[in-house]
Ligand binder design. Sequence first.
Ligand SMILES: [Fe+2]
Ligand SMILES: [Fe+2]
Length: 482
Amino acid sequence: MIDKNISFFTNQNLRSIARRLLKQIPAAIKSAQIYPADHPYFINSLELVQETLAELFKYRPEATFSIVENELYFGHLALVEDTLSLRQFISEFEKRKINSLTFLAAVTSAELASFMQLLGREAVDNSDSALLSGKMREKNITNIQLGALLKAEDAASQEDGRREEMKFDAAARNKAQGSFFGSIDVIKQIMHKVENTQGFALNNVHQVVADIASAIDNNNKYLLGLTTMKNFDEYTFNHSVNVAILSLYLGKLLGLDLEQLRLLGEAAMLHDVGKVRIPKEILNKQGKLTPAEWEVMESHSTEGAEVLSQITGISELSLAVALEHHMHYDLSGYPKPVKLKETSLLARLVTICDVYDAATSLRVYHAPALPASIIGLIISKKGSLFDPVLAKAFVQLMGIYPVGSLVRLDNNALAVVYANNLNNILRPKVILVNQQTAGRDPVIVSLEDIDRGTKTFKYSIIEALAPQAYNVDITKYFYAQG
Ligand SMILES: [Fe+2]
Ligand SMILES: [Fe+2]
């Protein structure tokens, strides 16, 4: 919420301050191990931590580090560099089973001193986050928190703003549906023209891309949900639009300006145009393709670039994306690069969105994969198949349980993930499956909600499930018919 409108450069600045703090905290812990509380070295190491925290508090009221899948995040920002100090910080907290650490702006130097001494002097073996939290309470450390990110009082004070945000907005949903289906019509017409060896004009593409970009800019929360609608019969059209929507969300998150977004949207929408030139019996073949058929299938990249090169006003980027979207970050994949040392940045961005949408769709040759497992795949193949920085940004955008995931909560209820949460990728907004009644607006629940009694999260996700196995129709949560 807080960060969405902060510029790319502010985020870079925040990252660098956060990284500095990551070096200073272990140094202060070490110093607490060696020196008594009143020793100048220890006091000095605390002062450094406090100064850096003060810099962070200029931007936001709290500073939260969290570890997700062995990666460190500051707020929703991935701290991408793999430095030794970052690894040490992660292992220090993993040893103690801590998965998040929050400093509130009111933190005092006395609290910081007690906290560093606790971490420095307690035996690691018998201290985990619950034990440590108990000891912190004993020592009156209230402005440093482990594990849970919010106190009940904070949650209550945020509730008013959240109620507005959680309200179902039929007008915004209709607008999102308008842009979505308008885009499908445009790509359909283009592909029919290409099939009949006709050229096509780009102005319609630019119009729908501008529509999508402006919906994203206005924080329309319904557009991302529509990408979960996978139309089996018209796969290539839906897929092209889905990849464009995902790419534009990711581009926006990375701080691209409107002109860059326009080029990115054009390229993403047209990335698979070459499929028109692949014989239908190969495109829709049930079962495995022979090596010769694969070769034909793979030619859709070069065919696409060739088709697009004849279109007046097309951007170079669209040609590059059509040609390179099946080349991997390490240049494996296809087609084999001739002179290329690396693929273009925005092609690498489209590639991630392409893989995600294709793998989560039902095809003749595969069942849809769980969105959460493709997020896992993208994390595990970053640096080989996928650009590592873009892969992390994608995970930030989609969360660990992306929109459209069916999940089981810790009270055993089933829920559909409805909207992502950039501030906490493990706690999206969901709709409880059995509480959705026909003809009524969906009731949206935030997994950030805190139970006032127990002061813990009301619901947490335990696992992702396959919707087919539970007879849940994900589409109906995102698409209003009529
Ligand atoms: Fe493709
Ligand atoms: Fe594709």
